[in-house]
Design a protein around this ligand. Structure first.
Ligand SMILES: C[S@@+](CC[C@H](N)C(=O)[O-])C[C@H]1O[C@@H](n2cnc3c(N)ncnc32)[C@H](O)[C@@H]1O
Length: 217
């Protein structure tokens, strides 16, 4: 039986209250996003906590995010790292990139949170020399996710994790209709078939496709 939406929302709120309460910095990011007419498509607090859980489970220090919007998920990620951790956010829109920079300043993350402005299809290669990375979070244009994912696997350390947001795509993976629906379904299936990764979809929020890079050989 599919969970009733109201029950799901109530359970998400319960997790938020117990494990992921937002402080003023996080609330202010959402207010800044609204004031700048950005869409309400950030991760939810309980998803931010899941990302932090994954980061801490592998002792992550160096993270890449593809798709920054206003920096909400990036702050969750940055706060899941040790004090000497580094996060690199790749964001195509100059408007969004500017807001992410402002977010990092207000969150006290200057010096360890970096914004790369431009199309991730181009910008990720500029990040390669800074790798290998412990964790890559992909939350941008769905049809390019396979390119970002392949870059991530090449540039992760063994035991590192690559995760893609919206693996359920609001349920449409069960009956894809649009090109984006098919793109998400295709990458879920492609990742499931790879023997160099240990992967699953964590059924939290809109689903998080998460894959650990296995050591070669
Ligand atoms: C869903 S939003 C990211 C939300 C953010 N991760 C959060 O939860 O707070 C997607 C972002 O990806 C950016 N984006 C879309 N295509 C991109 C590309 N080719 N390269 C880099 N960023 C891209 C958009 O401008 C947008 O800011």
């Amino acid at each position: 039986m599919l969970p009733a939406p109201d029950l799901r929302d109530a359970l998400d709120a319960y997790v938020n209250e117990l494990f992921a309460p937002e402080d003023d910095v996080l609330k202010e990011i959402q207010a800044r996003a609204d004031a700048n007419d950005l869409p309400s498509i950030s991760i939810k607090p309980f998803e931010g906590r899941l990302l932090q859980f994954l980061l801490q489970s592998i002792g992550a220090k160096k993270v890449v995010e593809v798709g920054g919007l206003a920096g909400y998920s990036a702050v969750w990620l940055a706060r899941g790292l040790p004090a000497d951790g580094q996060i690199y956010v790749v964001e195509k829109s100059s408007k969004h990139a500017g807001i992410v920079r402002e977010t990092f300043e207000k969150a006290g993350l200057t010096g360890r949170a970096h914004v790369l402005e431009g199309d991730a299809l181009i910008m990720l290669s500029k990040l390669t020399p800074h790798g290998p990375f412990d964790f890559v979070f992909i939350d941008a244009d769905k049809q390019s996710s396979p390119h970002y994912f392949d870059w991530a696997v090449r540039n992760l350390r063994d035991g590192g994790i690559v995760a893609i947001h919206n693996a359920y795509r609001h349920g449409t993976v069960l009956d894809p209709q649009t090109a984006d629906d098919y793109a998400v379904n295709d990458i879920n299936r492609a990742v499931a078939a790879r023997s160099d990764l240990f992967a699953t979809i964590v059924g939290v929020g809109d689903g998080l496709l998460a894959a650990i890079k296995r050591p070669a050989g």
